[in-house]
Structures are given as C-alpha cells and as structure tokens.
Design a protein around this ligand. Structure first.
Ligand code: SER
Length: 587
C-alpha cells in the first residue's frame, strides 16, 4: 500500500461513517500564540472541541501537516521526524468511546489489513476523581482484543493534551503494533521504548478543558479526537524497518547518498527530514530569522548544511536536493510543493550562502580549540569559546554541543550562561544609552512609534495570519519602518484594515504595562518575541491592554490615547517573502 492509498482509505472509511472531510490547516497555527507550530490534527479544531459549532457538522476527518521539533536531536534513528502527517477523525459531541473504538478496530482489521493478533491497546488507569477506563477496555474486548493485550497505564502515557498551554484534553486509549522483536525484559509492555511495540493510533476522549490556572473543567460536550501517524503506519504496511526506507523518503535518501563522497545513514536521514520540514514551513510563509518560527527554520537549514559538509556533499547541490524531493516524492501527495518550488529553492539557497561563510570560520575556530583542550588532556570546552562561536560566528549553543559530542567533549555551559547574561546587560544598557543620547530631542515621539510598531505587528497578524511576523524594524522621530513575512503584496483593503485596527487600539486608550520575567514565563504568558533571548535570565514583557504582548526592551508610552492618527505611507518588497511598511503618526 502506498502512502497515497493509505490516506484515501482512511478518509473514505470515515466518510462512509458520516464524517465530512476538511482541509489541512497551515503548519503555523492561526489562533494559538502559545505554540509555534501545528503539532496535531486537533490543533486547528480547538474552538470546536470547546463547543463552537463546526460549519461541516459534528463528524470530521482529515490529514493534517504537523511539525514537532522537540525531538530534533533524535532525528536520524528509524522513526523520529520533525514533519509528519496525521490522519484523524473527530466527534464533536457526537459519538464517544464505544463507536470510536469499534470503528478503529474495523479500519485496522478490514480496511488496512493489519494482523489483529499483533495489536495491543492501552487505557487510562485512573487517578483522583477520574475513574480507571474500564469502559474503553470493555469495548476493546467486544471488538476482539483479548484482555491480556489490554494494559492500564497512568497519566504519563494515557492522557493527551492540551496542545498548547490551555485547552481540551482527556484520557486516551492508544493502539500498538507488536513488531515481533523479543521483549526486552519481563516488564516489557507498550509503555516501553525498546522498539517491540510501536504506537500507531491514539484515540483521545476529550472531556476536560485545562484552564490558565491549571485546573480541569468538564467540557460542554464529550469529544473524540484521534490521530494516526501516516509515516509510521506506512512503514509497517510496507514492512520496512525504518520510515526512511519507504517511498516517502527513498528517492531523496538515494540522491543524497549518490551525491555524497562520504555518505552515512544518519546524516542522510537528518538532511532529508530537515529539508522536508523546511519546504513545508516555507510554503506556509515562514522565512529564516532569529525569532519564533523563523529561528526554527534557520536551525533546521543550518543542520542540513552542516551534515552535507560532514558527508562531503557539495552544499551548492542543495537546490538539487530540494527539487528531487519535490519532483520525485512530495508533489504527488502535496501538489502545493510543485507550485512553490522556486520560492523554496530561492529561500534555501540564500540561507545556505549566508551560513556557509560563517560556518567555515567557526568550524576552524572550534577545531583549533578542541585540539588544544585535548592536548592538555581535558574534555570540557570553555564557555568563553561557546560564547564566541555564538556571538561572532552565529553558532547556536545546541550546534556547538553537537560538534562537541562528536569529538567526545562537553561544554562549560555555566560559564557560557554567565557570559551571555553579561552581554545581554551590556547591550541593553548600550541601547538605552544610545536612545537617551541620539534621540533626546524627540524621544517622546520615538517612544510613540515604538508602541505603534507593536500595534502594527499584531494588526498584521490579525489581517494576514500568524506567519506575518517581524523581520526587522527601524524608528526615527518622524516615522516607523517595519519589515514582516508575507509572500505577496498587500491589497489596498488589507492595508486599510491594518490601519483601522491600529487606530482603533489608539482610540481605546489602552494601558501599556511592563513586567520583568524569565523567558520561560514570558512564553507561557503568550508573549511573542525574540528567541535570541533564550539564554538571558530576565526579559521585559510589554502588554498593551488586551491587544498585544511582546518581549521587548522598551520604552513605550503609558497609554495609547494620545499617540496621534496612524497612517501607512508605503508598502513595498524588501526581499523574497518579506514586505516593508512605512507609517507615520499624525498629530
Ligand atoms: N491529539 C492526539 C495526538 O496527537 C490524537 O490526535 O496524538
């Protein structure tokens, strides 16, 4: 069975059972600032799981493009991926455990042809206030799974969600396939990661809403949310031990190995996985940068380039790797890759050119220092080197750490953190100094432009979508200039809406407040902003009423009321995928 067929069979089965097919949402979530990417099929459906009626009804099915970068270091083994597709079906307050379990069983057995003797399932073992899920287990028994292949596990394994900080969640029942590997010990069960049991499907019984305060409230309606990883299941159906050997990757991996002088399996897999993810991010409007989604894209592409060099694959051939992937594999399942091929190549080649220069210098610096440490019989690289590589050569510490591991060395991260903090304080003080000095005459007006920039940033995201993130900004006492990601020119209507939204916030006379917190807390509070601050201890978060929350050094006005009338003067292209707005505040 091909991935294409698996997808069709899944969707058709649920359509036959009263579900409507809905399209995949973009990989950058549209309504959830607490996460960078769509991580599950249910993510775009959160408002409907919370009770809002869905225009297509209360039984839905789809395949959703997902990105999860939490396990990026694991990519290269048989199963970890940063991009994957999730097949799913949902009941929004319609059917619940019984029907869901029976349909899952029937699809695996009759439609996909799994050997059901190799299927085990897990159910929630219960905890204070939430009973052991004997109910789900009894439906599995009904359907045909014997008791001895039903396992009860705790919250760590059998509770799912919410996808972000808050939202729908609940106990789940997970379906595992026994690969036939011998058990790793007497206690080996589906919760074990030895590779004997592979999770293929997850049915979540969403009954609760996790609130900001961390409490669980019963939802208005009982929902079912299921997710099946397409890549993993196709691996099993094709009988391939690794997803990279399936049709989803094979032609690309072969190309990488053909072009590399010194190929190895792990680097080939990392290159293929990261390029695939990058292609989908670029199509949905992400561009390499130092913030938010753009930072992740940059990190993925930098890893691709580093591994290309490692296996002696000329980095100038990166365009061939992109076009091979699209022409030979991706276009069939994802036609949008074909129409966006040029922009994907352009963005990836430009980022490669930029990175290769710094990389060459940085790697020399690393090798020299690593040799020195080893000569002296040590195994720890000084934090000063990690900082220098970061500051001067643009190496994220994660990358230096990877290089160090390859050389059996460790990093002095405590020293790095200290140097990084000192650097942050110095540059903050420097920025404030510059502000006080150079702009003293007009500081009030420049401050208003600073606040207007935050309002504009948020307004652009409302009008264009969450991909419209900041790419740069420049203020004078006379105007603001703001660069942001967007693939196309803005229409006059869009510009008008952006202008209106900003002016509305000015008229609402919103209070601007500032709080200091750790970057972690800032992210949790839903603030957008600089990823570069990752290793700093405290950041300032500016909140403008209920409208915007950004990590920022300031300064800002105290109330939006007397900033003047916001007027966009010009909208133009800066580079591929990046637009620029010049605007003024008229008094
Ligand atoms: N939300 C669940 C998951 O991601 C099921 O779709 O596993």
């Amino acid at each position: 069975m091909t991935a294409f067929e698996l997808r069709r069979k899944y969707i058709e089965y649920f359509k036959e059972h009263g579900h409507k097919e809905i399209p995949s949402a973009p990989v950058v979530p549209e309504n959830d600032p607490t996460v960078l990417f769509t991580t599950a099929g249910m993510h775009p459906l959160v408002p409907y799981l919370l009770g809002q009626p869905h225009p297509q009804g209360n039984r839905l099915t789809d395949y959703q493009k997902c990105i999860r970068t939490g396990d990026i270091e694991e990519v290269g083994d048989n199963s970890h991926l940063t991009f994957f597709e999730m097949l799913g079906n949902w009941s929004l307050g319609d059917y619940f455990k019984n029907e869901s379990i029976h349909m899952s069983y029937e699809l695996l057995d009759k439609v996909l042809g799994f050997d059901m003797d190799k299927i085990s399932v897990t159910c929630f073992e219960g905890e204070d206030g939430i009973p052991k899920d004997e109910e789900a287990a009894s439906y599995w028994v009904d359907a045909g799974i014997p008791r001895e292949r039903i396992y009860f596990l705790g919250r760590k394994h059998n509770w799912w969600g919410p996808a972000g900080e808050t939202g729908p969640c609940g106990p789940d029942t997970e379906i595992f396939y026994d690969t036939g590997k011998p058990a790793c010990g007497p206690n080996c069960d589906p919760s074990c990661s030895c590779g004997k049991y592979l999770e293929i499907w997850n049915n979540v019984f969403m009954q609760y809403n996790k609130t900001k305060e961390g409490t669980y409230e019963p939802l208005k309606q009982k929902n079912v949310d299921t997710g099946m990883g397409l890549e993993r299941v196709i691996g099993l159906l094709e009988g391939k031990p690794s997803v990279y050997e399936t049709e989803l990757f094979k032609a690309e991996i072969d190309k990488i190995k053909e072009l590399a002088k010194n190929p190895n399996e792990q680097s080939s897999r990392i290159i293929a996985d990261h390029l695939r993810t990058s292609i989908f991010m670029i199509i949905d409007g992400v561009r390499p940068s130092n913030v938010d989604q753009g930072y992740i894209l940059r990190r993925l592409l930098r890893r691709v380039i580093r591994h290309m060099r490692k296996i002696e694959l000329d980095t100038n051939a990166i365009d061939v790797l992109v076009t091979t992937f699209i022409d030979e594999i991706l276009y069939e399942m994802y036609p949008e890759t074909k129409s966006n091929k040029d922009v994907c190549v352009e963005v990836i080649v430009a980022e490669k050119d930029k990175f290769i220069k710094t990389l060459e210098n940085g790697e020399k610096e690393f090798a020299k220092n690593a040799a020195k440490v080893k000569e002296q019989g040590g195994n720890k690289l000084p934090g000063e080197l990690v900082f220098r590589l970061y500051d001067t050569f643009g190496f994220p510490p994660e990358m230096t750490d990877e290089l160090a591991k390859e050389n059996d060395l460790t990093l002095d991260m405590a020293e790095f953190d200290k140097l990084f903090q000192e650097h942050q304080e110095k540059s903050r003080a420097g920025a404030e100094q510059k502000f006080k000095g150079g702009l003293a005459d007009h500081s009030e007006q420049t401050t208003a432009y600073h606040t207007a920039t935050h309002l504009l940033h948020k307004a652009l995201q409302i009008v264009l979508g969450p991909h419209a993130t900041q790419k740069g900004s420049n203020l004078t006492a006379e105007r603001l200039r703001f660069d942001f990601a967007n693939p196309t020119k803005l229409t006059p209507e869009e510009l008008q809406r952006v202008e209106d939204i900003v002016n509305e916030q000015i008229q609402r006379d919103l209070k601007v407040t500032c709080e200091e917190m750790t970057l972690e807390e800032a992210r949790e509070s839903g603030a957008t902003g600089l990823f570069e601050n990752k290793y700093g201890d405290k950041v300032k978060v500016y909140t403008i009423g209920d409208f915007s929350k950004e990590i920022c050094g300031g300064p800002h006005v105290e109330h939006t009321g007397d900033m003047g009338h916001f007027k966009i003067k010009k909208e133009e292209a800066v580079s591929s995928g990046v637009r620029r707005i010049k605007a003024v505040l008229e008094k």
